[in-house]
Design a protein around this ligand. Structure first.
Ligand SMILES: [Zn+2]
Length: 164
């Protein structure tokens, strides 16, 4: 048996043990959305959401990493919530989000688009929801490694508790 084959066997076994379904349902329930399917793909990003195809793709390298999967699911599900939000409500926040969402939805995906990525409110909101939800309800510690992101996330959480 080749080395590659051995690795594949270990991978598929590990993947069967990683049951993400209950987590998906818990996060979806909290957001009031239907749980989207999860698929593992070769991606440049950590994850992305395919709105029309109705699934979340997570980078294959996280196939056996429960915490990274949880972060991806919370982040991408939150983008789905944002779409519902702008369609349901008409307020200052929904107007701002709608503008930001239009440009990403038109590309039929939601991944990063360069340096102004984190400056977008919808991204900050998705990061903040992820930290807030996973730490409060899933007993995880979420630390980001991008610059001052954690500082801005905490600030956003403090200001936006009513929507998280
Ligand atoms: Zn995002």
């Amino acid at each position: 048996m080749s080395r590659t084959k051995e690795t594949e066997t270990i991978y598929s076994r590990g993947n069967e043990n990683l049951d993400l379904k209950p987590l998906c349902i818990r996060i979806a329930n909290r957001l009031g959305i239907e749980p989207l399917d999860i698929r593992f793909e070769d991606l440049y990003d950590d994850s992305r959401v395919y709105i029309k195809e109705n699934y979340v793709a997570i980078n294959k390298k996280y196939e056996n990493d429960y915490e990274e999967c949880a972060k991806s699911i919370a982040h991408e599900y939150r983008h789905v919530f944002q779409i519902f939000y702008v369609n349901l409500f008409s307020n200052e926040r929904s107007i701002r989000w709608k503008k930001e969402l239009q440009s990403v939805i038109n590309n039929s995906n939601m991944d990063s688009n360069g340096s102004n990525y984190i400056a977008q409110e919808i991204e900050l909101d998705a990061f903040a929801f992820t930290k807030y939800h996973l730490e409060k309800y899933e007993n995880m510690k979420v630390v980001n490694k991008i610059g001052k992101l954690d500082f801005y996330i905490q600030e956003y959480i403090n200001e936006s508790k009513n929507i998280l």
